[in-house]
Design a protein around this ligand. Sequence first.
Ligand code: ASP
Length: 439
Amino acid sequence: MKKVVKFGGSSLASAMQFEKVGNIIRADKSRKYVVPSAPGKRNDKDEKVTDLLYQCYDAAEAGKSYKSILEKIKERYMEIISGLSLNMSLDEEFNVIEKNFLEKAGRDYAASRGEYLNSLIMAEYLGFEFIDAAEVIFFDEDGNFEADLTDQVLSERLNKAETAVIPGFYGSKHDGTIKTFSRGGSDVTGSVVAKAIHADMYENWTDVSGVLVADPRIIKDPEVIETITYRELRELAYMGASVLHEDAIFPVRKEGIPINIRNTNKPEDKGTLIVESTCRQPRYTITGIAGKKGFCSINIEKAMMNAEVGFGRKVLEVFEKYGISFEHMPSGIDTMTVFVHQSEFVEFEQSVIAGIHRAVEPDFVEMESDLALVAVVGRGMKATRGTAGRIFSALAHSRVNVKMIDQGSSELNIIIGVRNSDFEEAIKAIYDIFITTEV
Ligand code: ASP
């Protein structure tokens, strides 16, 4: 049994957090490959080391004073090293980093040092081998991740290591320069490592006890989802639930490796299991609720539209021309509505309307702004009658006016359009009817 364990920044923000992580790893012999993030925030007012590194580098590159920021970064690591009573010094490493900053090694190099240094400490603390991600994770000249080459080199390297610590977030280009994934990218490293060693499980340790049914800023203490499929997670993540880096799912999904989201501060909690598919009955009819504000709808009406072949294509071509992607497109007999992100659309609004007039000569085009979309997601909905009915009666009871309904053909989700101002109320109403009352 082999597990890859990735720890997020808040799990490694201090010596105390490192100790919790050490206990977690030692508690299970199969936790052999460790992917650390950089030290994160210790409290709400604190700063992430990654952010400090960007600031420090920007100042150094611009010829401004950077020493005080560098000192802050050094202190963060010193606290961890001394708190763990480790016999190691990062002085030499910091000399090299400072020199490279002054030689303008790049922002990616700067940011990557957060996980690099934290991993040196972790390897020392655990007595595991340190493997520099720059030697095993690759990007091409344009900065695209090279999945196949990485998989090959990484699996060869890891097969020789009984246990190892591999820093998250970065790799290197062929010319040796450091390149990072986008922010939060240590999740991706963990997934890539899990694929390379054919892990039985990818454990992703963070500061929440799993994926939550709804946004905790809207619902107080929402339930944790026990098991969720990759597809459900994708729907929820797309609609705003922040759990894992989007690119972290793909490598393990291809290999059928489950991801377990766990809480470093509550290791006794089972967390959420993310799987390809499952026979486990979901606890509730719905798996999760997510949503986003800031949409607008363009409603196009034309008598006899139903008989006009190519109508939809011509309308969508206008959006395409201005680089605007559409979210949903419910249609009626003589109407078609296109939902787009308001922020992407405003700039081109009048050009798009004019374009639609020219392309399809509609009877009229009407717009509505400040709309929100709420997605109710769940594999259990397929087998259950009355889900839509329950959603709409809950919304009606809460006096939320439904502007749009869209059920995906997979029966995995129902998307509801409401006013921005009704967004929170809509989520509360749906949570209550499915979760609070189904307990
Ligand atoms: N340290 C990086 C960030 O803050 C990467 C990560 O933590 O996943 O984005």
